[in-house]
Design a protein around this ligand. Structure first.
Ligand SMILES: [Zn+2]
Length: 81
């Protein structure tokens, strides 16, 4: 009886090992990760008033070239040196 259980256990282990070997492994990328050239690094600048960092494309600028997060802060920046 014990030997039958032992044989079943061995068969169960072999079956699991075969299943693990048959399982397709995830594809390994042939080249290391390359940054996407379609999305270049976004230049961030702090707001002159509240120092919140914003992408340059989304921030406002004044004549002195200072960056602002919103129109209210740009108007406040006119009075602030
Ligand atoms: Zn701001």
């Amino acid at each position: 009886m014990l030997s039958l259980l032992f044989k079943g256990f061995i068969l169960w282990i072999i079956w699991h090992m075969l299943r693990a070997m048959m399982r397709p492994s995830p594809p390994i990328p042939s080249q290391p990760y390359q940054p996407d050239h379609a999305s270049p690094d976004i230049l961030m600048q702090p707001c002159h008033i509240c120092h919140t960092y914003l992408p340059v494309t989304k921030s406002l600028r004044d004549q002195q070239g200072r960056y602002y997060c919103c129109e209210l802060h740009r108007q406040a920046g006119d009075s602030k040196p």
